[in-house]
Ligand binder design. Structure first.
Ligand SMILES: [Zn+2]
Ligand SMILES: [Zn+2]
Length: 418
């Protein structure tokens, strides 16, 4: 019979890698706490409508990439392709932003998109996500961008570039959209098939097409800054001033539009030179219309998401530290079969004292047990003599020294040396 494998675009995060993920998540958790963000956990599947209305009907995500199915109750359900819409849904449903309150929330977990798998890109991929809801002013944008950069600073990432843009609001974007349609319509022959299709429905997305010819046309496109309304213009200026006040450098790119319809005003990405063309390690921005698009009234928001798979990949490539790989401190060794029960009891007593400890449960011989102990700080060895005397031979595996310790004192002795 053929062995069953993981579906295309998914992978197993095995122990050799998972401890590095734990390091990234615990670093994120501390960073979020230091910025006043609280952790939330949300459903992995939602009503399809949340994404079609929130992310946008004409986005690549909703048109081509969602895992959507009808459940046994006949409802259309979608595995979340991104986190923001779900966070906003939860804030609305639980009244987190009632009476002008604000909420700073973070989360991490798997997202799902049916894309062509490539290096660092999976169909089940993981994101760390932070959202600041209920605040319309530019200081919140600055805080979110600063939060993502501080996370990456703590993780030791180098050679990052911050790119920012304003994508306008519901007042000024339609004007810009019309200018783009006119401009791109006069360059139809130079656009790729996808962009010809976007022209009528989502012309802003032509600006970030990776096709060379489209990029060339996009470089000459009208600048959004000529179309921004006063409010958007002022907001963007204040975000820039805030970033400069905190000492961050950035570049402004009029071609940065992000692939989701809900963005308003600020859009930003953090790029790593070490990921080639697929080089964004984080991206985000402001989404003041998302809430009303999903039926929640006016709740402004700004946030970011970063790809855990990609961050781990860049850290690996840049030789960043993941801290110390966790392992057990003590291995308890039975010299003979008669001592195995005593050794398991000793192991359990160490664990109850909060000392990480292991023993052999597979019936392996003394030599194999000592080999297994090799990665630990101490070996606690029990044989006939030890059982008779109520003692344990405690071997310091770093320097090879060995002492005899009363069985009841082993936890105290080792605990004092760790
Ligand atoms: Zn505007
Ligand atoms: Zn194109």
């Amino acid at each position: 019979m053929t062995a069953i494998t993981a579906p295309r675009g998914t992978r197993d995060i095995l122990p050799a890698e998972s401890w590095k993920w734990s390091y990234i998540i615990s670093t994120a958790s501390r960073t979020m706490r230091d910025f006043g963000f609280s952790e939330i956990h949300l459903p992995i599947f939602e009503h399809t409508e949340l994404f079609s209305r929130g992310v946008g009907e004409t986005t690549d995500i909703v048109e081509k990439e969602m895992y959507t199915f009808t459940d046994r109750g006949g409802r259309s359900i979608t595995l979340r392709p991104e986190a923001t819409a779900g966070v906003m849904r939860a804030a609305i449903e639980n009244n987190l932003c009632a009476q002008g309150a604000s909420a700073k929330l973070w989360s991490w977990g798997p997202m799902f998109r049916h894309e062509r798998p490539q290096k660092g890109r999976y169909r089940q991929f993981y994101q760390i996500d932070a959202e600041c809801l209920g605040i319309a002013g530019p200081m919140a944008d600055v805080e979110v961008i600063a939060l993502s950069l501080e996370l990456f600073r703590r993780l030791g990432l180098k050679n990052l570039e911050v790119v920012i843009n304003s994508v306008g609001c519901e007042k000024c974007r339609p004007v810009y959209r019309q200018k783009l349609v006119e401009y791109f319509s006069s360059h139809k022959s130079e656009l790729c098939g996808t962009c010809l299709d976007r022209l009528g429905r989502n012309p802003l997305r032509i600006l970030d097409c990776k096709n060379e010819s489209c990029g060339h046309v996009a470089d000459g496109a009208p600048d959004i800054f000529d179309s921004l309304c006063d409010e958007c213009r002022e907001h963007f200026a204040e975000v820039r001033a805030g970033l400069e006040r905190l000492g961050f450098t950035y570049t402004v790119s009029k071609r940065l539009v992000r692939g989701l319809d809900y963005y308003t005003k600020t859009a930003y990405e953090i790029l790593s030179g070490d990921l080639g063309a697929q080089n964004a390690v984080a991206g985000g921005g402001r989404y003041d219309n998302l809430s009303s698009a999903i039926g929640g009234g006016k709740i402004p928001g700004v946030g970011f998401a970063c790809g855990l798979d990609r961050v781990a990949l860049v850290m690996e490539e840049q030789g960043c530290s993941f801290g110390e790989r966790p392992g057990v401190a003590v291995y308890c060794v039975a010299m003979d079969d008669e001592s195995r029960g005593t050794v398991q009891a000793l192991t359990h007593s160490l664990r109850m004292a909060g000392i990480s400890a292991e023993c052999d449960t597979a019936g392996r011989g003394f030599k194999a047990q000592m080999r297994a102990a090799g990665s630990c700080r101490f070996a606690c060895i029990v044989g006939a003599d030890e059982r008779a005397g109520g003692t344990v031979a405690v071997k310091n595996l770093a320097d090879g020294s060995q002492v005899s310790v009363k069985a009841c004192d082993v936890a105290g002795y080792i605990g004092g040396k760790l």
